[in-house]
Design a protein around this ligand. Structure first.
Ligand SMILES: C[S@@+](CC[C@H](N)C(=O)[O-])C[C@H]1O[C@@H](n2cnc3c(N)ncnc32)[C@H](O)[C@@H]1O
Length: 152
């Protein structure tokens, strides 16, 4: 079991919000997907989903999980400092991320990357990592649910 699976369940919180969205046919990208619950929820809502992570085991597990549940999505290994595939797919309708700011350097990488993805909406579930306050200060932030934010 990867260590992050035992933390505050940001992925579940974001998946609950995504499960209520009208996103049929929308192009949705998840960054740092890990178990990828928000991606699975988005695909169940009819979105065209690309779930990404830099960890091979996460991508493999998510692909297997989707197949086991009859859910269609694409999962790819992508790192934020080599975002070619993410930029090729831009502009995205919606970008998702859960618990991405666990290291300060992640905040800097994402501040550079997210504007390049062209998404109207970015939804971030953020459990209160130290880097979060500085990161969120760069955006217009609306809290959609407990610790789930829309960034514009
Ligand atoms: C704390 S885990 C959160 C996982 C999942 N979103 C959740 O909430 O359960 C952070 C995830 O981001 C991924 N990650 C971290 N840095 C990354 C980078 N530079 N590029 C791509 N993925 C990265 C990790 O592999 C991990 O899956």
């Amino acid at each position: 079991m990867p260590y992050w699976a035992e933390l505050w369940p940001s992925g579940i919180a974001l998946a609950r919000v995504v499960a209520e969205l009208d996103i049929g046919g929308k192009r949705v990208l998840e960054l740092g997907a890990g178990l990828g619950l928000p991606s699975l929820a988005a695909a169940l809502r009819g979105a065209d989903v690309l779930a990404t992570d830099w960890a091979d085991d996460a991508v493999t597990l998510l692909e297997e999980n989707a197949v086991r549940n009859g859910i269609v999505l694409r999962a790819e290994r992508v790192r934020w400092d080599e975002p070619g595939l993410l930029l090729e797919g831009a502009p995205w309708d919606l970008v998702l991320g859960a618990d991405l700011l666990y290291e300060e350097r992640n905040a800097n990488l994402l501040l550079e990357l997210l504007p390049r993805l062209g998404a109207r909406d970015v939804l971030l579930a953020e459990p209160g990592r130290p880097a979060a306050a500085g990161f969120l200060a760069h955006w217009d932030v609306e809290e959609l649910a407990d610790r789930v934010y829309r960034l514009r």
